[in-house]
Design a protein around this ligand. Structure first.
Ligand code: GAL
Ligand code: ZN
Length: 660
């Protein structure tokens, strides 16, 4: 596409006479695209069916004159007051049964038919109006679907839709009663009409019902997006369609949503808006980019990349010189084809007055503007070449929305969080500069040398078989605590000891376990003791080798905590606890070395080494995400395209290499 840098632009927040100046400044900066319109329904339809697109057409044409193209957002995350006045029932009901009102954003029920009619009318008019506008190249559906929606709406419409969803899934109420185990606490249903969304109860909830509810909400959001996608595809066959994701956010299954889109986009704010210090850790940012690339297994866009202080009522940190461009470079290194900076200029009013942009309130270019200009001029010349490229990965981390939901519903340990637990594995791989994909349980495992499948809590025989096959054929698999506890209905399995049939693959059995509530436990690995947290599986060996064992003075002292088993041509590891960072690094290093897994180089802390490949060409990106000088070494001899001194990095410096 040849478009690599953009800004999120809100011309409607400023007088028209400023627009031309904005376009000039953007052009000088190297900007080629803007995203507009995703929150301006009222400006575009101030009264029902009285459309006013002329202001937007004008903005588009001024920008186009300067060679800047437009992505239009559908403004369906903020229906205007006249819609709410006419149809107050579209405002969502929260889990306490109370309505949430107009005045912020996301005040909508996504299953409400009346609201959907409003959307159809608007998106139909909007997309047909801009279908042949030469300035427009693509669309963003809604904005951050799932954001602010808590457990989504629990109104009567949603109840009805949930019941229909359950009917399709279970066919008969008897099936549902069995699947949900409603015999417990007299929760049996006579018919689907009796089933409620999970409104606040007096005490306790049914975990199976909660899991279905979360999956239902995800499907609802996908359906909500699909309705808009279909209209735009029909009216604008030459435009692309994307959506701005939020990394690991879990309200909607992003793999499902990705099927509707041409490519996935992401929003990232590493410094947050009320976090004190420090930023989101480098490894979490890297994981975020990798998961975004993984949702569609292709390169992606950053639709909102933080450029300045973030803030609503309170503010986050000022960014160090070079920091914002290093973040953008890290996004590119992990597979972004384009970076759209949020936002062009800080707004003078509204909730986000303190969410700063490339320009401050005054609109005068300053430090951040100059910094981004400099970064763009250095990297842009190479971006057409590596557009569409992605890394060649040998390691896959299994990432599942359903497992995440089930762990949220019953964390087992109060501090066990699914995504945080994935990071425990990702971080030591990041530290060693190993390229990683996130994969779903449905993907082809065979192309990975190593698959790490944390918290495989919900299990079924099909997935078990996949794991058996994978290892039998030479794969290396890591499974860990709480694997194989439940079936897909979130009901405990009873046929075997834990970890169910996978015990045979792992060469172990787990007759007992200990939730490490207030005490931590120690584990001995290669003659040294390390802390472990949250959980302790008490493992019986059935053929596996013990890799580490509990060393604390506890009744299961000396029983295995981590094991390794040869099965067929491969290896299956089991980690019955959450190891400290140090121990996890040792375990991952052991697996990397033993299996000869590709590392891109060696680097000090806060340096990201990543690759992208296409048609036999390979680009290596080295990004210093810290304010200090750093050092690194690459695993192969490559030609430097951007950078000053090989093996040395100045604060926030990014370097680029190529293999030919
Ligand atoms: C994002 C959102 C933007 C803006 C920004 C700053 O989550 O997509 O519309 O709100 O945060 O708050
Ligand atoms: Zn609703």
């Amino acid at each position: 596409m040849g478009i690599h840098f953009g800004v999120d632009y809100y011309p409607e927040h400023w007088p028209k006479k400023r627009w031309e100046r904005d376009a000039q400044l953007m052009k000088e900066l190297g900007i080629q695209v803007v995203r507009m319109g995703e929150f301006s329904w009222f400006k575009m339809e101030p009264e029902e069916e009285k459309f006013n697109f002329s202001w937007l057409e004008e903005a588009i044409s001024i920008l186009d004159k300067y060679g800047i193209k437009t992505i239009l957002g559908t403004p369906t995350a903020a229906p205007p007051a006249w819609i709410i006045e006419k149809n107050p029932e579209i405002q969502p009901i929260d889990k306490t049964g109370k309505r949430r009102y107009f005045g912020g954003r996301h005040h909508d029920c996504q299953s409400n038919k009346v609201y959907r009619e409003h959307i159809k009318r608007f998106v139909e008019a909007y997309s047909s109006n801009f279908s042949s506008n030469s300035g427009v190249i693509g669309w963003q559906i809604d904005n951050e679907l799932g954001n602010s929606h808590g457990d989504l709406c629990m109104c009567d419409n949603c109840k009805q839709r949930f019941q229909d969803w359950l009917k399709r899934k279970y066919n008969t109420i008897e099936e549902l009663n069995l699947a949900w185990g409603t015999v417990f606490w007299s929760q049996g249903y006579n018919n689907f009409n009796q089933i409620m969304p999970p409104l606040v109860t007096v005490t306790g909830e049914n975990p199976s019902q909660l899991l279905d509810w979360k999956c239902f909400c995800s499907d609802l959001i996908v359906d909500f997006a699909k309705m808009q996608v279909e209209i735009i595809r029909k009216n604008c066959p030459n435009h692309f369609i994307t959506h701005n994701y939020m990394c690991f956010d879990d309200k909607v299954n992003y793999y499902d949503l990705a099927e509707l889109l041409d490519f996935v986009s992401n929003d990232i704010y590493p410094a947050g808006n009320w976090q004190k210090q420090p930023n989101q850790p480098y490894n979490e940012m890297a994981a975020c980019h990798d998961v975004i690339r993984s949702y569609k297994k292709r390169s992606f866009w950053m639709m909102e990349q933080q450029t300045g202080i973030a803030g609503w009522a309170t503010m986050g940190r000022a960014l160090n010189p070079g920091e914002s461009s290093a973040w953008a470079m890290q996004s590119i290194a992990h597979g972004a084809d384009a970076i759209v900076f949020f936002r062009w200029r800080a707004c003078a009013y509204g909730t986000e007055q303190y969410w700063h942009g490339i320009l401050g309130h005054s609109g005068r270019p300053g430090r951040i503007y100059d910094e981004i200009k400099n970064m763009i001029s250095r990297i842009k010349p190479f971006m057409d070449d590596f557009e569409g490229s992605i890394p060649k990965t040998e390691v896959g981390i299994v990432h599942s929305f359903r497992q995440n939901y089930a762990i949220q519903i019953q964390p087992n340990h109060p501090e066990l969080k699914y995504v945080e637990h994935l990071h425990c594995y990702y971080k030591p791989l990041f530290n060693r500069n190993v390229p990683v994909d996130f994969i779903t349980e449905n993907e082809d495992f065979s192309k990975y040398k190593l698959i790490i499948a944390p918290l495989q809590y919900l299990m079924n025989s099909e997935l078990e078989n996949k794991y058996f096959e994978y290892v039998k054929n030479g794969g290396n698999l890591v499974l860990d605590m709480r694997a194989g506890v439940k079936d897909d209905n979130n009901v405990c399995m009873t046929e075997y000891e834990l970890p169910g049939r996978l015990g045979e693959l792992l060469g172990i059995e787990i007759p007992e376990y200990d939730c490490l509530f207030e005490h931590n436990c120690e584990v001995r690995y290669e003659n040294e003791d390390y802390s472990v947290f949250k959980w302790a599986d008490i493992i019986d060996i059935k053929g596996a080798k013990t890799v580490a064992y509990y060393s604390s003075d506890i009744f299961y002292k000396n029983s295995p905590a981590i094991t390794e088993n040869r099965y067929g041509k491969g290896h299956a590891y089991y980690i019955g606890t959450e190891p400290s960072e140090k121990l996890m690094q040792k375990i991952i290093d052991r697996i990397i070395e033993k299996n000869n897994i590709k590392v891109l180089g060696e680097s000090t802390d806060g340096v990201d080494i990543s690759e992208r490949q296409k048609n036999g060409r390979k680009w290596i990106f080295v990004t210093n995400l810290t304010n200090k000088d750093q050092e690194y070494e690459l695993s192969e001899e490559l030609k430097m395209l951007v950078g000053e001194r090989k093996n040395k990095l100045k604060p926030y410096e990014a370097q680029l290499f190529i293999n030919q």
